[in-house]
Design a protein around this ligand. Structure first.
Ligand code: HEC
Length: 171
């Protein structure tokens, strides 16, 4: 199944950065209400890019999103909601792809241990619509999260399906 294009935050960010880049000289001060609450973005254009970039943070913000989506995925698998599970699997892969743009040092582990077969095989399992196949593959998918944590010196982060229902998506 073809992946959806990366959207949302990345698109908004590039639109913002493009607008910021249009201003090549010494930027005027961002003033009062006209700045839409962005007075904290100040200095030269380079400094402004840096300040906006810092707000994206690194891989921890990626993992914050991935953890949410993994939790949702887990309940989608439990509920047999294959469409929602497919959606979350794709979004997890998208988030990690964006994360390794910001933190290329994580790229090799992400690509060799996760973005290849674990993601593709999870999507393929969901396509079969067979609960046993999906649940077995979900275990492999989870193992791949943890293998990457080991590879990235984060072995103390061991993830697994949540014990208590935490999603607002109904079964
Ligand atoms: C590139 C390899 C890699 C993959 C794949 C990966 N992680 Fe992570 N994970 C990390 C790294 C690195 C950190 C520490 C991030 C940091 O603080 O910079 C982390 C941290 C975490 C944390 C702690 C985040 C926090 O700060 O609260 C959770 C939870 C987590 N990962 C869940 C997952 C889940 C679930 C998956 C699979 C769906 C996954 N990770 C896949 C590398 C990975």
């Amino acid at each position: 199944m073809p992946r959806r294009p990366l959207v949302s935050a990345a698109v908004l960010a590039s639109a913002f950065l493009f607008l910021a880049a249009c201003d090549t000289g010494t930027p005027p001060a961002l003033e009062g209400s006209g700045a839409g609450g962005a007075e904290w973005i100040s200095g030269t254009v380079d400094e402004r890019f840096q300040q906006v970039g810092d707000q994206f943070a690194g891989f921890s913000s990626t993992m914050f999103e991935v953890a949410h989506r993994y939790r949702e995925l887990s309940w989608a698998v439990e509920d047999g909601n294959w469409e929602y599970a497919t959606y979350q699997t794709e979004k997890i892969a998208d988030a990690i792809e964006l994360g390794i743009i910001r933190r290329p040092a994580r790229g090799e582990s992400a690509e060799t241990l996760f973005l290849g077969s674990p993601v593709d095989e999870m999507l393929a399992a969901l396509e079969t619509g067979d609960a046993r196949t999906v649940s077995q593959e979900f275990q492999e998918f989870t193992a791949a999260c943890n293998q990457c944590h080991v590879a990235e010196d984060m072995a103390f982060v061991v993830v697994g399906p949540p014990e208590f229902r935490s999603t607002v998506v109904q079964p």
